[in-house]
Design a protein around this ligand. Structure first.
Ligand code: SAH
Length: 215
């Protein structure tokens, strides 16, 4: 599987579509224009790769909708060199968008087979985040603090460990809610370490599973 003019054209259309839906950050749009999303999806479904829809990636998980990826990334306000923790590696698409924008990415996946697959696959595209198999609720205490934290599964609450692992001045983007529906939430850690919470509308994610549900 390779990138082609056809796929480049489809990506350009996808970018136009999410721009119309309200994404303005040119750094985000340019990353979406660059990362070959069709390579993150099974061969048979490549033609769906550039529709603005989520898609199943196996193990009951999904690659997020491009608009949602763009929305979360825009909220994060990524600067080159930012140290970013992503919870929920999934297909690795979101991590690739962050890397394309010049972030240093640490990404955690709880599902062993997804972790193994993506760790092999992403470097073949030249994307090299640091991969971890583990529980996103715990974050990565030994690599903290982070400039930004991005949670890409729906969480019932903002995990305390993740708040602690943000730098003062740092920012977390996390969908918070129940199994059906979550509110996109930003958690800004102030220099006095208090946090300021802002809500940004409703989204639907697969759940951020806790240890009890680990299979
Ligand atoms: N960011 C992904 C989309 C992720 S879907 C992408 O770009 O494709 C959410 C992912 O979170 C799934 O892969 C799921 O297995 C993972 N996940 C769910 N609960 C988790 C937890 N507690 N810790 C780490 N990963 C978790």
């Amino acid at each position: 599987m390779v990138d082609t003019y056809k796929y480049k054209g489809l990506r350009r259309k996808l970018v136009d579509c999410i721009r119309l839906k309200g994404i303005e950050d040119e750094r985000v749009l340019s990353a979406i224009d660059t990362v070959p999303r069709h390579l993150f999806i099974d061969n048979a479904f490549e033609k769906f790769a550039y529709q603005d829809k989520p898609f199943p990636i196996g193990s009951g998980q999904t690659i997020s909708q491009p608009y949602t990826v763009a929305f979360q990334t825009e909220l994060l306000n990524i600067e080159r060199g930012d140290k970013v923790l992503e919870i929920g590696t999934g297909s690795g698409y979101q991590a690739s968008v962050l890397l394309e924008m010049g972030a240093k990415v640490f990404t955690i996946e709880r599902h062993k087979s997804l972790y193994n697959e993506v760790r092999e696959f992403l470097p073949t595209l030249g994307y090299r985040p640091k991969f971890f198999h583990g529980d996103g609720y715990q974050g990565l205490p030994s690599f903290a603090p982070f400039d930004k934290i991005l949670v890409t599964a729906g969480a019932p609450y903002v995990p305390e460990a993740l708040k602690e692992q943000l730098k003062p001045g740092g920012l977390m983007v996390i969908p918070v809610g129940d199994m059906k529906n979550q509110v996109m939430t930003t958690v800004k850690k102030q220099n006095d370490s208090k946090v300021q919470i802002t809500e940004h509308g409703d989204f639907v994610f697969v759940p951020l599973l806790d240890n009890k549900a680990w299979g």
